[in-house]
Design a protein around this ligand. Structure first.
Ligand code: FA5
Length: 355
């Protein structure tokens, strides 16, 4: 075919096609693809232009102008369609369901916090730290001598029984070095008093173990232990420190009472009760927590038995001291009205999230 005729017919077909193609493009992406197909390096117009070299010189100018005019038309038509598509997209956007800016956002993953028992333990330790006590820690696996013997437990005391304590078999240990899971934190008394000279004021906390299991007793629970040894320490000091502690924990105006009690490692021994903070005008006499007694038992205490001081190489003629111990679970249960100790160890997030 004659190149001039070929270009002319190509241009006229082209003129009809591009309008149809642009009109059919329903997105900017489609429209740009159609344009590239027409005007791009391998596009139909470029192919026609390649024939220009074969066109006789006298026809070239006229034909060149026709090609340029077509090219311009394509560009104009492209721009017009681009505007149309843009306007349509904007209209669709405006007519779409609007964003609800008042909708609550997605909340971030919940943050964890310390276990309620750890919170209570730290609060008690902090209270004594403020009163001038230093904090010490002791092992949970302990020698019988530190847990019982040096604390003046008689060898036949029921607490030393297989039924009450968890004894640990240590291969190759001498027969007189029996080992158990500590039954209280009073082992820290023996360890600290054996290591340091008075004066000393120490508080400690941690897990202890007993063969107990009911709604208020768990085989593993936590205690806080405190003791102070110096010259001329009397029961008045014990009362002053523990009353200050009770007021800090349960309120400045809370009443306390000391009831005589027995522990082998103190003499005299006592139990500290605080006035029930759950009794109200309506529950009076029928309070679920204190069972109508109006008092809550908080801790065991007493003057350190001279035998304990001597076992730790402290001169009991010169030094005296007081000691106390309390159950952390009991404080937490009383404070939060938790009726069953086991929920403290089940780690149910529905329970823990309440603290
Ligand atoms: C003692 O353990 C003494 N060592 C406390 C002491 C220290 C007295 C220093 C004097 C001087 P007791 O066995 O009463 O005492 O235990 C203290 C507290 O631990 C109890 O009042 C109770 O709150 C808590 N407790 C005892 N057994 C359990 C248990 N199985 N589960 C949870 N708490 C318990």
């Amino acid at each position: 075919m004659d190149p001039t005729a070929e270009i002319e017919s190509g241009l006229s077909a082209f003129g009809e096609d591009f309008r149809a193609q642009f009109a059919a493009a329903s997105s900017e992406q489609d429209l740009r693809a159609a344009r590239a197909e027409l005007l791009g390096k391998k596009g139909r117009l470029t192919q026609l232009l390649k024939l220009m070299g074969k066109v006789p010189a006298d026809k070239r100018r006229e034909l060149g102008e026709a090609v340029n005019a077509t090219k311009q038309e394509v560009e104009q038509s492209f721009e017009a369609r681009l505007k149309e598509l843009g306007a349509a997209a904007r209209k669709a956007d405006l007519e779409a369901t609007p964003f609800d800016l008042s909708m609550p956002g997605r909340s971030p993953a919940p943050r964890g916090h310390l276990h309620p028992l750890t919170q209570v333990r730290d609060e008690i330790l902090d209270t004594f730290r403020d009163l001038g006590f230093s904090v010490a820690w002791g092992p949970q696996v302990e020698l019988e001598s530190n847990n019982f013997t040096k604390l003046a437990f008689p060898p036949d005391h029921p607490a030393t029984d297989m039924q009450d304590s968890f004894w640990v078999k240590v291969e190759g240990a001498p027969a007189d070095a029996r080992v158990l899971l500590r039954t209280h934190t009073s082992n820290v008394q023996v360890r600290e008093m054996s290591r340091h000279e008075p004066p000393m004021a120490v508080v400690s906390g941690g897990a202890v173990f007993r063969r107990d299991d009911d709604v208020t007793h768990s085989p593993m629970f936590h205690q806080i232990e405190g003791f102070l040894v110096d010259e001329n320490v009397s029961f008045a000091h014990l009362k002053g420190v523990l009353t200050a502690f009770a007021q800090r924990m349960y309120g400045e105006h809370v009443s306390v009472r000391f009831r005589p009690s027995y522990f082998p490692f103190v003499e005299p021994g006592a139990e500290l009760d605080v006035e029930c903070v759950f009794c109200t005008e309506t529950t009076k006499g029928d309070c679920r927590v204190c069972k109508g007694t109006r008092w809550l038992e908080v801790l065991g205490c007493g003057m350190v038995h001279p035998a304990v001081l001597e076992h730790c190489n402290i001169d009991s003629e010169r030094f005296t001291g007081f000691a106390f111990g309390l159950g952390v679970e009991r404080v937490a249960m009383l404070r939060y009205g938790i009726p069953d100790i086991r929920v403290l160890f089940e780690n149910d997030p529905r329970f823990l999230a309440q603290f």
